[in-house]
Design a protein around this ligand. Sequence first.
Ligand SMILES: NC(=O)c1ccc[n+]([C@@H]2O[C@H](COP(=O)([O-])OP(=O)(O)OC[C@H]3O[C@@H](n4cnc5c(N)ncnc54)[C@H](OP(=O)(O)O)[C@@H]3O)[C@@H](O)[C@H]2O)c1
Length: 342
Amino acid sequence: MKAAYYESNGNLEVIKFSEDFPKPEINNNEVLVKVKASSINMIDTVMRNGYPGLQISFPHIPGGDISGEVVEVGSKVKDFKEGDRIVSFPIVLSDKQNPKFEDNPQLNFGWKFFGMHLPGGYAEYVAIPETALYKLPDNVSYEKASTLPTAGLTAIHAIDSVANLKKGDTFLVWGGSGGVGTFAIQLAKERGATVITTTSTEEKAQKLKEIGADYVYMRDDENIVEKIKENFPGGLDVVLDYVGPTTFDKSFSLLRNDGQILFCGMITGREVNLNIQQMYFRHLNICGLFLGNPKNMQDLIKLLADGKIDPYVDSVYDISNAKEAQKHFESGNYIGKIVLSF
Ligand SMILES: NC(=O)c1ccc[n+]([C@@H]2O[C@H](COP(=O)([O-])OP(=O)(O)OC[C@H]3O[C@@H](n4cnc5c(N)ncnc54)[C@H](OP(=O)(O)O)[C@@H]3O)[C@@H](O)[C@H]2O)c1
């Protein structure tokens, strides 16, 4: 089968492509999916460079996002049949489920991420347990569907489950032009919030307004905090910050009393200084979040099928050009999602 893979960690040059990679075999509880599209996430490049502390076996096939068609079903599979159009959940959930995490089963350790612990979507075929599959409505393209599992799921989890964003709320996402950011803008807008974001170029700013942002600021503007405060003197209800140390103090000072800061990434580092006194005087809420839950995934698919969100696909590369696609991703010169197709 066709597959993009690597046999050691490293820079873009380790990515190889073959048309003769061995096709996976399925277990009783799995289906074989003929992959139609897979989209690129930061985890793909982190894995390629070498995820700290994680041992993987080589050759390794990356890709956490998978959409495609079922071509074979295991004998114990109940709900899927050949020909079904599917999109995958990004992880296979742990066998051990703590009732405390009933609403968020992804919080049980022992999960396995496609493209991390399991072979991923940069391949023509993937074996997937039926518990990690969702049916795809006919009006949803494979390319758009492939953007949902990692970026879309994380954004909807942040907005619906953690922040419970409502009409009239004010919401800021730093770096709105990326995968999670473009979803967050559209989802927050759909929930009726006023959406504020930042970006790095005028061209991206224009596009983010078209996608739904009400206010877009330049991230390098030295007076960005003052400018946002001028428009929102009472402070913001919710800030989504996956940038980290370079934005944390700004996020913190922009929140209203009892406001909420959401963390789901660390683009500029993993540690910040927290002013504990400010935190309790101002009654601030700090929340971390990891991917999303199965209900978030169902809601996301429905929002897309109903035309309430429209994932922004920047560009589509054939799987044989996975190296070029990751190069494009690493340049940062894109908006939304970069998709691989077969
Ligand atoms: N916790 C989870 O479950 C989870 C799931 C998915 C992703 N993530 C994490 O979330 C983060 C975003 O993922 P993604 O797929 O959306 O990545 P992405 O597509 O690369 O987008 C990140 C955006 O951040 C902005 N940015 C970069 N450096 C910045 C800086 N110094 N200051 C302000 N903005 C900056 C860039 O936008 P501009 O050029 O417009 O500024 C870029 O488009 C990553 O750290 C990823 O690992 C976590």
